[in-house]
Ligand binder design. Structure first.
Ligand code: PEP
Length: 251
């Protein structure tokens, strides 16, 4: 039985006062929700304050990207070791905003994934198609290639220590959610693709959905057989909404 997982992706939002208020409300209102894992992926400058707030609580934390290099002359970059210094458990890799805005290729994403695992962090690997790709009916091909890049670089066994987030690009921050059936179809495809490498990993790996998950659609999405929770952007910034989504993951 897979445990559900809900992770907030704050993106480039927040400030010290808002973060504290948000996390205190989340801690208080999810205290009894032990059926699922809850995490927040926060901007780098807030990791220290978030660590202070969440240490020894049921809510875990992480970052939104990381360098593929261990150390060196990479101005502006942050290494996996630095994330570990601040108690991160997770790091998002391959978010579509990184792929599209910052030109991260699947190969770069695979190197970041590998670096994260080398440091004992759990990568939350984002994969998903654009609207054009969906309309061209190549969703499975795109998602399959993104997954393959990981397998080729890090090996299929590495998936055991990762979370996959299916995030259709057309649904991120747009208010357009994939229907539960649309999301389930792709999740099933991802799980079957992983089963081609290793059946045990396929049955155990956590595959979450991201793309305009809100308090009013989380229940339906999380009820689908292959959807193990969600990666939540906008709604993770509002305590009441994030808590309601965490609640949906209890069932
Ligand atoms: C995301 O940032 O990964 C995301 C899914 O955002 P939103 O929930 O706002 O669509």
């Amino acid at each position: 039985m897979r445990k559900k997982f809900v992770a907030g992706n704050w993106k480039m939002h927040g400030n010290l006062a808002h973060n504290q208020e948000l996390l205190e409300a989340v801690l208080k209102n999810t205290a009894n929700m032990r059926q699922s894992e809850i995490a927040v992926c926060v901007p780098f400058p807030y990791l220290s304050a978030v660590q202070d707030l969440l240490r020894n609580t049921h809510v875990k934390w992480g970052a939104q990207t990381v360098s593929e290099h261990d150390k060196g002359a990479y101005t502006g970059e942050v290494s996996t070791e630095m994330l570990s210094d601040f108690g991160c458990k997770y790091v998002i890799v391959g978010h579509s905003e990184r792929r599209v805005i910052y030109g991260e290729s699947s190969q770069t994403v695979a190197l970041k994934y590998l670096a994260a695992q080398r440091a004992g962090l759990i990568p939350i690997l984002c994969i998903g198609e654009t609207l054009e790709q969906r309309e061209a009916q190549i969703t499975e091909q795109v998602v399959g290639e993104q997954l393959n890049a990981i397998v080729e670089t890090a090996g299929a066994e590495s998936l055991m220590k990762s979370v996959v987030a299916y995030e259709p690009v057309w649904a991120i921050g747009t208010g357009k959610t994939a229907t539960p059936q649309q999301a389930q179809e792709v999740h099933e495809f991802i799980r079957k693709s992983i089963a081609d490498y290793n059946k045990k990993i396929a049955s155990e790996i956590t595959i979450i959905y991201g793309g305009s998950v809100k308090a009013n659609n989380a229940d339906e999405l999380f009820a689908m057989k292959d959807i193990d929770g969600g990666l939540i952007g906008g709604a993770s910034l509002i305590a009441e909404d994030f808590v309601a989504i965490c609640e949906a993951a209890q069932n």
